[in-house]
Structures are given as C-alpha cells and as structure tokens.
Design a protein around this ligand. Structure first.
Ligand SMILES: Cc1cc2nc3c(=O)[nH]c(=O)nc-3n(C[C@H](O)[C@H](O)[C@H](O)COP(=O)(O)O)c2cc1C
Length: 197
C-alpha cells in the first residue's frame, strides 16, 4: 500500500473514533431536551353554593393538579346571596369597584405552579370581587391563568376584563363556562390549556 493511502486510512480512523465518542453525548443532550418537566397545575376556586366546586374537582382529576378552595373570612349566608334584594351583601360588593372581601389562609408556595385554573360563579355578569382579592394578593408574573366559571347562562366573557386587570404580569387565557359540561369535555379542554402556550 502506498504511503499516501495509509495516511488517509489513519485519518479516517481518527475521525471515526472522534465521531463515535461524540455521538453518545449528542444523543444524551437530545434525550434531555425531550424529557421536559411536566407543568405544575393549581386549581383555585371560589364557590358559594357548590356548583363551581364540582367543576373544579373535574379539573383536578383531569390535570392531576392541586385543588385549593378560596374561603372568605366571612362566609356568605343565604341572605348574603339573595340577589333579588338590592341590599344583599353579594350585590353590594358587585356594585363596589373597590370591594375586596378578605380570604382565609394563603396558597403555600404559589411560585412552584406554572398553570393556575381559576374558577368562580358569575355574579351580575362578572367575577365575584373575592377573585380580585385573590389575584391581587400574589405575585403572578409569568404564570398562565386559565379562568373557568359556572353560571345561570351568562357565560364567562363579562368577567375577563376584571380578571385580566387584577392578574398583573400573568398570561390570562380565554376562559370557559363549565356549567353542565361532562367530565370528558372538561378533561379535553383542560389538557389543551395545560399544553398550549
Ligand atoms: C349574587 C348572585 C348573582 C348572580 N348573577 C348571575 C348572572 O349575572 N348571570 C348568571 O348566569 N348567573 C348568575 N348567578 C348564578 C350563579 O352564577 C350560578 O348559580 C353559579 O353556578 C353558582 O356557583 P356556585 O354554586 O359555585 O356558587 C348569580 C348568583 C348569585 C348568588
């Protein structure tokens, strides 16, 4: 064999050796990228008469997230919720832009959650003011907030403006009214919300 050919063969062998050494490292990098950490989900809700609680439980089951009920320091009585009476507590709060009903306790380590599903009943077309208390009590910068509600038919759209204004720095997604939705429909929607941007 000629001297030149021997040099080329040796060079090829060296290249093959280097490539062989580098390939596993490159693969490990790709695998590392693939194995993305699962998003941490929190399902926070306020429910005065239990309907929103039912929707929140479906979301917890579908996402594997942590469930957290917002409890007013002063619970709402039946009289407080009697909306046919102009002077009932709920109506007065909804008519007062500055009302921020106090909440008992705090979510521990809210920092660790990436996605927060936020549920409430619709009161006079909007979110109850206690939802604003919640949103304004934490640093929610960079979090994805997915509103959901139950209602007698008004739907969630009228509450989006207030929720967005109180959720400073968060990415608030288009919310959904989950009243009467089956578990299957709720789960399908919820998984899409967790995955999506
Ligand atoms: C004070 C008050 C105001 C309400 N206003 C509305 C409304 O504007 N539109 C609507 O569709 N339902 C309205 N509702 C009905 C609730 O949104 C509905 O019953 C909801 O599912 C209750 O949820 P909860 O059981 O989790 O509290 C109102 C209920 C109350 C107590």
């Amino acid at each position: 064999m000629k001297k030149k050919s021997i040099v080329w063969i040796n060079l090829a062998l060296v290249f093959a050796l280097i490539a062989g050494l580098m390939l596993p490292a490159a693969n490990a990098g790709a695998a590392g990228k693939k194995k993305k950490e699962a998003k941490k989900v929190l399902v926070v809700y306020f429910s005065a008469t239990g309907t929103t609680k039912g929707a929140a439980k479906k979301l917890k089951k579908a996402t594997g997230g942590k469930l957290y009920r917002l409890k007013p320091t002063k619970p709402y009585t039946t009289a407080d919720l009697g909306y046919e009476n102009d002077d009932c507590r709920a109506n007065k709060e909804q008519n007062d832009e500055n009302a921020r009903p106090k909440i008992k306790g705090k979510v521990k380590n809210i920092r660790k959650y990436d996605v927060i599903f936020l549920g409430y009943p619709i009161w006079w077309g909007k979110e109850p003011k206690i939802i604003r208390t919640f949103l304004e009590s934490y640093n929610l910068k960079g979090k994805k907030i997915v509103p959901f509600c139950t209602s007698g038919g008004s739907g969630i759209s009228g509450s989006m403006k207030g929720v967005k204004a109180s959720a400073k720095g968060a990415k608030v997604k288009k919310g959904k009214d989950l009243t009467d939705l089956s578990y299957k429909s709720v789960a399908k929607w919820a998984k899409k919300q967790v995955k999506g941007k």
